[in-house]
Design a protein around this ligand. Structure first.
Ligand SMILES: Nc1ncnc2c1ncn2[C@@H]1O[C@H](COP(=O)(O)OP(=O)(O)OP(=O)(O)O)[C@@H](O)[C@H]1O
Ligand SMILES: [Mg+2]
Length: 603
């Protein structure tokens, strides 16, 4: 535990770039650096081999007293040829390995983000914008992974440049010094004139990208409202503003490193000319000049582009580092807001659900639920009512384990719950896959049974493709009632012990709703039904009202007692409410209806 904490704190201190990758990935990236350096080293050998060959072709011996025979020439040619092949193979192999590593890293970051978001506390998750999360998991994670590719290339290029500069120094200290001086000059220029501008552009680009994605997501999901209100122009203006800002940032991010590259290219060409002049002045031997030029040319073929590449990569890294910071802060946020692990609390005896003094709040000063207690027997059904915003959905979220109570305990078998939320989410897939929703395959007979119970069998039978019919983006091809019934069928197919229906039949006509709920009742599954409907529902064995954060059981007549297996609540809610006339008022169905209609208790 102590060592874990020590590792954690050490990891926290480390830079975000190192925090994102584990030790294994770090070793792999380092070996890629070696592979890329080896390619550069082979270039150097190649330059040396060509130099020797050209010396021989000019009949100048590079080493005193050595004798060049036709065999040694052939051997040098063969060796140079082999070097060319090995270099090409290593180049291809290391490029392939690097791309594979970066693709793997992207997949890892993507999965870590998705895992983090799906394990995030509900309250934090709903604060976040979905399109922003989507962008983080796709574009931002991709750019963050690319940062490491650039990092490998940068380190490898720098090492190769140092090796080549050393070789150059061996050949001509003046040329090497000129090279070093120009690189340092260039670096200072880059840091002072380009680096800060690039960082700022990268930051603004991420911001504009987020805004643009939010706008696009809004336009696409509010398609119906936009058509109805005919306000395309407003959304169009918003999008064009953000996309304009994004293109400006993109332009800067593309152009600034290019300026650096162009300057570096021309600078090093001038430098190359200086080297030739220096060699000429120093050696004064025109016979050697050609072979030396070959050496420098072979070197410069790699050296010059490498120097400009280093500055280009540096510029790109300034941009992609912003994405590394974003992914890192997202993962930290996920960790900080992870759903706490809690031991499962199973209900006792023949109860399907027990709530003991559950309190829940977004704002500690205004709790949504206060000391709510409830016992629900296996197979029992209850209706939960309450004015809009009274906390019905919050209560179901807590029971289903979507949210965690601020205090109190929920005793329920979470593996045996089926939940139909207020807004059904349908996958852009077939009816079958929407019903299964990740379940291992179920037989057609089981699926048909669930469809029948949800009063959707006839509708599916009328579809030319039956269960294979596509439902469209979030079920847009289906009516509101059909979408809801699909959601209910999905829940029934789970064969759960406790069914939570949050206004899951609000879009159905009265007859269909009555029949569907009767089917649920007959199935013997304990059910909590949230509804605003006032008509008498056949399945309601118990009725509750959520008001002021308290759960109040409604007894049609006080003498009914426990006829339907009703268990009296542990708390005396009437006295807890501290409002006797409210409790008396609740004892009449008509009054209950009045509260629901008006949202307040009459004085
Ligand atoms: N993420 C959130 N942050 C802060 N407050 C929230 C959040 N989600 C819901 N609330 C508030 O909690 C209260 C209860 O919301 P809830 O959705 O549980 O009400 P409800 O009874 O289901 O309402 P309705 O009948 O309209 O569906 C509301 O006042 C709502 O504004
Ligand atoms: Mg609700």
């Amino acid at each position: 535990m102590t060592s874990r904490r020590r590792i954690d704190s050490a990891a926290l201190r480390a830079s975000p770039a190192f925090r994102l990758i584990d030790r294994r990935r770090c070793i792999r990236l380092t070996s890629l650096v070696f592979a890329r350096v080896a390619v550069g080293f082979l270039d150097l050998l190649l330059a040396a081999a060509l130099y020797l060959l050209f010396l021989r072709l000019q009949s100048v011996s590079p080493i005193k007293h050595s004798r060049w025979t036709p065999h040694t020439i052939l051997a040098t040619v063969a060796l140079t040829g082999a070097l060319v092949v090995i270099r090409a193979l290593l180049d291809v192999l290391s490029t392939w390995l690097a791309s594979r590593q970066i693709q793997g890293l992207y997949n890892e970051l993507l999965l870590r983000l998705i895992h983090g978001y799906s394990k995030m506390r509900w309250e934090r998750f709903v604060e976040r914008n979905r399109s922003e999360l989507l962008s983080h998991a796709t574009h931002v994670a991709r750019e963050a992974a690319d940062f490491y590719h650039r990092w490998v290339e940068l380190i490898a290029s720098t090492i190769v440049v140092i090796i080549m500069a050393a070789a150059l120094f061996y050949q001509s200290p003046i040329a090497a010094s000129a090279l070093c001086a120009s690189v340092i000059l260039f670096y200072i220029l880059h840091r002072s004139a380009i680096s800060a501008r690039l960082q700022r552009a990268a930051f603004l680009r991420e911001q504009s990208m987020r805004d643009l994605q939010k706008d696009i997501a809004d336009v696409l999901s509010a398609g119906r409202e936009i058509r109805a209100y005919r306000n395309h122009a407003f959304f169009f203006r918003r999008i064009s503003q953000h996309s304009g800002r994004l293109s400006e940032c993109n332009l800067r991010i593309v152009i600034l490193p290019q300026i650096v590259r162009i300057l570096a290219d021309q600078g090093v060409t001038l430098l190359f000319l200086c080297i030739v002049a220096a060699v000429e002045l120093k050696h004064g031997d025109t016979r050697q000049l050609l072979s030396l030029l070959v050496f420098y040319f072979a070197l410069s073929r790699r050296l010059l582009p490498l120097i400009s590449q280093i500055f280009f990569i540096l510029g790109q890294m300034e941009g992609s580092y912003e994405n590394v910071l974003t992914v890192d802060s997202e993962l930290q946020d996920c960790l900080r807001n992870e759903i706490p692990v809690s031991l499962p609390h199973l209900p006792s005896g023949d109860f399907a659900l027990e709530l003991r003094l559950v309190t829940y709040s977004f704002d500690p000063n205004a709790p949504i639920l206060q000391h709510v207690s409830l016992h629900l027997r296996v197979g029992q059904t209850m209706v939960l009512r309450g004015v809009s915003g009274s906390g019905k959905t919050s209560l179901l979220n807590i029971i289903a384990g979507v949210s965690q109570p601020t205090s109190g305990t929920v005793y329920v078998d979470r593996a045996r719950i089926a939940y139909v939320p207020q807004e059904i989410l349908l996958l852009d897939d077939t009816i079958r896959n929407n019903l299964l929703f990740g379940l291992p395959a179920k037989s057609d007979a089981e699926i048909r049974k669930a469809l029948t119970a949800a009063r959707l069998e006839d509708f599916v039978a009328l579809q030319p493709l039956g269960l294979e019919t596509e439902v469209g983006d979030n079920g847009i091809l289906f009516s509101g009632g059909e979408r809801q019934r699909l959601g209910v069928a999905r829940a029934i197919l789970r064969g759960a012990d406790l069914l939570l229906l949050d206004e899951a039949t609000s879009a159905l006509d009265e007859e269909n709703e009555r029949q569907l709920l009767e089917n649920v009742r007959v199935s013997g599954v304990a059910t909590i039904l949230v509804t605003h409907r006032l008509h008498k529902l056949p399945i309601a064995q118990r009725e509750f009202l959520l008001q002021g954060g308290r759960l109040i059981e409604h007894h049609p007549t006080r003498s009914v007692g426990n006829d339907n297996g009703v268990v009296e609540l542990e708390e005396d809610f009437e006295s807890k409410l501290g409002c006797d006339h409210d409790a008396q008022y609740l004892s009449s169905s008509a009054a209950l209806g009045e509260i629901i209609r008006t949202g307040c208790t009459p004085s």
